[in-house]
Design a protein around this ligand. Structure first.
Ligand SMILES: [Zn+2]
Length: 382
């Protein structure tokens, strides 16, 4: 069956192999921790306009930390993301994150281990998003310290500050590759995305579709470290949620519905992790493009990009760190080997936008209060 669970499957394999269920480490066990005295050298500030009705004023900064080991969180912080970039062949990511009270979030459990294990390392990119759950305060103002694994060679901080949002605005930028499908196909899917998020109380603004005519982008690998995929995603706008509608995935990836570049992606930072890929060809059912399913896939991948996990994973034993998302245990699966399917999990998350498995029949558009909280507070929103 077609699946958009591919990214998380990859993440789980990588992380389970390297973390081993220990106290939360993103790199392989023999990576020495780096701790240097280098401090922040460059600051790039982006202040966003406040144009949405009823929206609080907020601004986003991307701060270059280089290989520093600390940053300062202002008292009006809404959220922040620490992004670690590095050599995909070695351990990267943060090994500790200590708030001004002296608590290492990875030790105290304030940063849920489930999220940590799932999100930390994805081949050349690792990150930590705060908040990742609703009872985690991002507003511990002062100096935060961190350690990182040896493969890390660049760290950036995306910081959103301002008034507490009640209904944030998400700005989406769609792209189309190939020649088989039209901008109206993408616009149809984007209208579905808009409906799903607006139904949850968020505000959506959508740029016009950008057509990328270079034929090398028609079908690309789902590996974000692949040179062509990386080039494609790196064209994404730094201050948008970039949704790439590709004609298809290449090679053995063909048939994959979609994939996000990270959980979350590199919010606010132009990179090979700054977007999601959705395959048009994989959404052809019965000879025609299923726009509803395509829209649900794009909305699902966008949820990952913002920082949402699957409420229930394929194994029926792994669940996201949010308190109010419905769980569908393996005992509900009609076929244990296939894992809990949407039809097995009606009333237990099968209708949730972020369920691990897509379904062309069941409406999968619901979001919980906690999921909306994470989206509302996202560094990429305003
Ligand atoms: Zn997914």
């Amino acid at each position: 069956m077609k699946s958009f669970a591919y990214l998380l499957t990859v993440l789980c394999i990588i992380v389970l192999a390297s973390c081993g269920g220990g106290g939360g480490g993103g790199g392989s066990s023999d990576d020495p921790l780096e701790e240097t005295t280098t401090t922040t050298t460059t600051t790039t500030t982006t202040t966003l306009a406040d144009t949405g009705a009823g929206v609080g004023t907020s601004s986003r900064q991307v701060i270059e930390l280089g290989t520093g080991t600390s940053f300062t969180i202002p008292s009006d912080t809404i959220s922040f993301l620490v992004s670690a970039f590095g050599d995909e062949s070695t351990g990267i990511g943060l090994a500790s994150l200590t708030n001004p009270n002296g608590d290492d979030l990875f030790v105290t459990g304030d940063y849920p281990l489930a999220a940590f294990d799932l999100a930390m390392v994805a081949g050349g990119y690792g990150n930590v998003l705060v908040p990742i759950v609703t009872d985690h305060s991002a507003s511990v103002a002062g100096d935060w310290r961190f350690q990182y694994y040896a493969g890390t060679n660049d760290i950036k901080l995306t910081l959103r500050t301002g008034s507490t949002p009640t209904s944030s605005v998400l700005q989406l930028k769609p792209y189309l590759t190939g020649t088989k499908y039209s901008t109206s196909d993408v616009e149809g899917a984007m209208a579905i995305v808009k409906d799903i998020y607006e139904k949850a109380g968020l505000q959506i603004e959508i740029d016009s579709v950008t057509v990328l005519s270079d034929s090398k982008f028609t079908a690309v690998s789902s590996d974000f470290n692949n040179a062509t995929t990386a080039e494609l995603v790196s064209t994404g706008s730094a201050d948008r949620i970039n949704l790439f509608f590709i004609e298809d995935f290449s090679g053995e990836d063909a048939g994959t519905l979609g994939i996000a570049a990270g959980i979350p992606g590199s919010l606010g930072i132009a990179s090979n992790r700054n977007g999601v890929l959705n395959s048009l060809e994989a959404h052809v059912l019965g000879g025609s493009l299923d726009i509803q399913l395509l829209g649900e896939t794009a909305a699902h991948e966008m949820g990952h990009f913002i920082g949402l996990f699957h409420p229930t994973e394929r194994d029926g034993r792994t669940f996201d760190p949010l308190a109010d998302t419905p769980e569908c245990p393996i005992s509900k699966a009609s076929d244990v080997l296939s894992g809990p399917q949407p039809s097995d999990c009606l009333g237990f998350g099968g209708e949730n936008l972020m369920f691990w498995q897509g379904d062309a029949v069941i409406d999968q558009t619901s979001l919980t209060t906690d999921q909306v909280y994470i989206i509302n507070h996202s560094p990429i929103a305003r």
